[in-house]
Design a protein around this ligand. Structure first.
Ligand code: SF4
Ligand code: MG
Length: 328
């Protein structure tokens, strides 16, 4: 609820120590069980910082985390309980597994540490984990080493390792962006199965709005550390209300491409050290008006459950405020 994260800038020079990166600004988000929520944005939009705030890997500058509607306490015990509930799956399945250890080792460790698995049930519980991520028969994978597996199989092992502690929330930060296009769909489908079968709340962080539409129930579009639009994923992709969402959709990547899409034509995301005044998107927005340069737009309802932070959807603009913004 109302999460904000400002980082001090670590750089030399006369401004040292005085500048901050406005990475995440006042974001509220619900992750209901058995639901996939996508956070969509370009690199540098703050989406990975948001995911890390939700793990407690970093502490918010302000705002708070709630579990089942209750604020997560600050005692070591409460923080540990929360950490077990929430698991982060990283982008790179190559670096997240240790190449000198087998699949068995990676999965037994959390079972021993967190689930008190004893010697007699360790093997069967490890095999069950592999089955849960469709690495089956488990026999084929359990004594393999990471280099013997494909990228998709490694990402499945990384997800299985997360499931070992029986989390209720899975945070997946670009879980398929480093995988071959041909196996991405399989991993996305696995996330969807886990959502349904294990009733996990899943946060899917991506630069790819097309995959968000495919997987997510709800989509949240971030720009320069802020949420610019949120709502049902199909609604947002069928009828985007915010000019930035429209731009993202127009640049939706060719499924055969592996690199993040580049939004052509109208500049690049702003520095988060000195974000633009008013609407942070105004220097790139084809519809920018006078009011956009001075005043941040409030989140306005545009359809059932769909909200956009854009002055175009306000009925209370004066004519002067609505004048097209002069370039420059
Ligand atoms: Fe464009 Fe203004 Fe809407 Fe921002 S508030 S997206 S600048 S029209
Ligand atoms: Mg990132």
């Amino acid at each position: 609820r109302r999460l904000t994260k400002h980082f001090p800038v670590h750089q030399l020079g006369p401004t040292r120590g005085r500048q901050v990166v406005h990475a995440v600004e006042d974001i509220s988000l619900a992750l209901p069980e058995a639901t996939v929520t996508a956070v969509v944005g370009e690199s540098g939009s703050g989406k990975s910082t948001l995911a890390r705030l939700l793990t407690q890997l970093i502490t918010p500058t302000s705002g708070e985390l709630l579990l089942d509607g209750q604020p997560v306490g600050s005692s070591a015990k409460a923080r540990r309980a929360y950490t077990r509930m929430v698991h982060l799956v990283l982008q790179d399945p190559f670096s997240s597994l240790n190449s000198v250890h087998s699949v068995r080792y990676h999965l037994e460790r959390p079972l021993k540490l967190h689930r008190r698995a004893g010697r007699d049930d360790l093997d069967s519980r490890t095999r069950q984990l592999l089955e849960r991520v469709a690495l089956s028969p488990a026999e084929r994978f359990i004594d393999s080493f990471p280099h013997e597996l494909s990228g998709g199989q490694r990402q499945r092992v990384a997800i299985a390792r997360g499931l070992a502690v029986e989390p209720r929330v899975l945070l997946a930060d670009e879980p398929v962006s480093m995988l071959d296009v041909s196996i991405r769909l399989g991993v996305l489908n696995l996330l969807d199965e886990l959502r349904e079968r294990e009733r996990l709340a899943i946060l899917y962080v991506t630069h790819d709005i097309a995959s968000a539409r495919y997987l997510a129930d709800t989509a949240v579009v971030m720009y320069a550390g802020q949420v610019v639009e949120s709502g049902p994923a199909t609604q947002i992709t069928d009828a985007p209300a915010h000019p930035y969402t429209q731009l993202l959709l127009s640049a939706a990547p060719d499924p055969a491409r592996t690199d993040p899409p580049v939004l052509r034509g109208r500049g690049s995301p702003p520095s988060l050290v000195n974000p633009p005044s008013g609407c942070r998107f105004h220097p790139r927005c084809p519809f920018a008006m006078a009011v956009c340069a001075t005043t941040a737009p409030p989140a306005l309802p545009v359809a059932t459950e769909q909200v956009a932070a854009c002055w175009l959807h306000s009925t209370e603009r004066t004519a002067a405020e609505s004048a097209p913004l002069k370039p420059g």
